[in-house]
Design a protein around this ligand. Structure first.
Ligand SMILES: [Zn+2]
Ligand SMILES: [Zn+2]
Length: 171
């Protein structure tokens, strides 16, 4: 079996910035990278977090220091375009909110998703990757990557509630 190349969990350097990548993508569609679209991309790629559309809307629809403001409709349209461009991807979650993560310049990983608190934990496991390669081969499927979403209850939520009745908490 061939060895899979695993990136470090740290973000690898990408040759082309997300903004430039998006500009290229829009160009192929005959669209321009407007100031608004650029603002949205910069906000999203300012740090790596899983983010939901509501958070981005809340942050960007506030009037900024430079007086600029981005409309909710523009944000949703831009999120779809960014997804199409392969810069972000949707991560399924236990609740109904649309959660995204960077898909560009971020290494392969899988997710634990807590059904109680919706916490999303990233993990990497080489054995899972090896198994997937085997299963894919069994199906004649050539795997290029994977992002598992493992649902359940996180350690904090699984703790028995005995601590709630601790003496100090009863004061
Ligand atoms: Zn939890
Ligand atoms: Zn992730």
């Amino acid at each position: 079996m061939s060895d899979l190349a695993f990136n470090e969990i740290a973000r690898p350097a990408v040759a082309v910035s997300p903004v430039e990548k998006f500009r290229e993508f829009l160009g192929t569609r005959g669209k321009r990278l407007t100031q608004e679209r650029e603002t949205i991309v910069r906000e999203i790629f300012a740090d790596h977090e899983h983010f939901d559309s509501d958070q981005i809307v809340a942050r960007l629809t506030q009037t900024r220091r430079d007086g600029g403001r981005v409309s909710r409709a523009t944000i949703y349209r831009t999120l779809s375009s960014l997804e199409e461009a392969g810069l972000i991807r949707k991560v399924a979650r236990a609740n109904d909110r649309e959660v995204y993560e960077h898909d560009y310049g971020y290494p392969q990983h899988d997710h634990f998703i807590c059904e109680k608190c919706n916490q999303l934990v990233e993990f990497r496991n080489d054995e899972i990757s090896a198994v997937l390669v085997r299963v894919a081969a069994d199906h004649g499927f050539r795997m290029s990557g994977h992002r598992l979403e493992v649902h359940g209850i996180c350690a904090a939520c699984a703790k028995p509630p005995t601590r709630r009745h601790h003496k100090l908490d009863m004061i």
